[in-house]
Each structure stands twice: as C-alpha cells, then as structure tokens.
Design a protein around this ligand. Structure first.
Ligand code: CA
Length: 230
C-alpha cells in the first residue's frame, strides 16, 4: 500500500453490509465513509474525494442509478461499483450507459469485492495521471479532464464513456484494439454479447471528433477492431 490512503465511499442502506464491508476494507488499509440513502450519498460522492464508490441499486430517496447518472452529469469520474440484490432486475446496458463501471450481485464474497475495487482503482489512477492534459489530434484538441473536444471554434462535450474510450485510444495509439478489450477496459463488464455497444459509441465519438471519413482518426480494422491513428 502506498502512503496515500485510498478512500472508498459505500452508499448502502443495509447496515449489516455497511459494517462488514467497512471493517474489511479498513483492515486492508482503506479509508471508508458510508451513506445510508441516495441523497446524502450523492452529496458525499460529488466532492470527488473518493477513489471508488460502492453504490447499492435500491436506496431510500434517490436510487442508485440516478445517483450514478447525476454524478456523471456533474463531471465526477470516480469509478462506481453497483450492488444489486439477487433476483433484482438490473439492466447492464442501462447501467453502462449511465456510467457505472462494474456491478456485483448480493450476497458476494468479500475477496471478490476487494479484487474488483483494486481493478477499479488501478483504472482510475491512469485517468488521474492524465489530469489537466489536452491532446492535439488532426483538426481538434481533446481535453480529457474537461471531457470535451474543441474544433471549428466550438466546444463539444463528451459523454463519460466517450472520454474513457478516447483516453484508452490515446494510451494505445497505433495499436489494433478489439471490441472485447474495449468493453473490458472502458466498461469493465463481461458484456461479450454487447460488442455492438462499442460500435455505437465509436460512431458517436467519430462524429464529435469530426472524423467523418472514417479512418482519418479512428480506423476500423476489418474483423479485428479499431486503431487510433492520429
Ligand atoms: Ca438497498
């Protein structure tokens, strides 16, 4: 563990889960804060002071989905791990669309939760290492911190997933990246059947980058994936 204590926020109304998770995380050296309803959880998470947010789906007040969506809406990029109860209908695609990074079904093994949290923190760290940096690509300037693209004198906002996609492309310039890798690295779901989701987001991203003649910036490599060529 490095000197900086990693901070986890758990938003969950089941006291037993909060106690179990907090105790274990604290024993592992994490700093833990808890909130027992959606509104106070949103307020705490909106400070952006946490490395991971564990977010229950069903909460008093604002539910987990709207907490997550609203956090992304105000530009908070903290990784979110959703918790759902067994038998609860959780729409993975919707979860991914509103910016959740991963999810687990209760009851879960603590070891599994710890492993997922570590992955999310590693991924989050590569984002913060790039804070404040902007990149020049043909015809546009990308600002990952602000999640926007500037071109033709206009500023175009990127969605959470679009900016994560773009960041991953920038880190792997020139390499062919297949759709499953993008799903794993950007969405973090084992969402094999939803590879079309990637195509949809890439199409939207190309439009925002002004990449109308596909391939100028993001190249489609037939039956293999995509390559960021800029
Ligand atoms: Ca609950």
């Amino acid at each position: 563990m490095d000197d900086v204590k990693r901070r986890v926020l758990i938003i969950e109304d089941e006291e037993g889960i909060v106690v179990t998770v907090s105790d274990r995380l604290e024993a592992e050296g994490y700093g833990v804060e808890a909130a027992s309803d959606g509104d106070s959880g949103f307020r705490k998470a909106s400070t952006g002071e946490f490395d991971v947010v564990i977010l229950d789906l069903m909460l008093p007040g604002r539910d987990g989905l709207s907490v997550c969506r609203d956090l992304r809406g105000i530009g908070i990029t903290t990784p979110v791990l959703m918790l759902t109860a067994r038998g609860q209908v959780f729409d993975k695609v919707l979860g991914l669309k509103i910016g959740a990074d991963d999810y687990m079904v209760k009851p879960f093994e603590m070891a599994e939760l710890l492993a997922r949290i570590e992955v999310l923190i590693r991924r989050g760290r590569t984002v913060s290492a790039r804070d404040g940096s902007s990149y020049e690509i043909p015809g546009a300037i990308v600002d990952l911190k602000a999640a926007s693209v500037r071109r033709d004198g206009r500023t175009i906002d990127l969605t959470h997933q679009e900016s994560r996609l773009l960041e991953y492309f920038l880190q792997n310039r020139g390499e062919i990246i297949d759709r499953n890798e993008l799903l794993d690295m950007v969405w973090g779901y084992d969402a094999a059947p939803a590879t079309r989701t990637v195509d949809v987001h890439i199409a939207a991203l190309r439009k925002k980058l002004g990449d109308t003649r596909s391939g100028k910036i993001i190249q489609t490599v037939r039956s293999r994936g995509y390559r960021f060529t800029a």
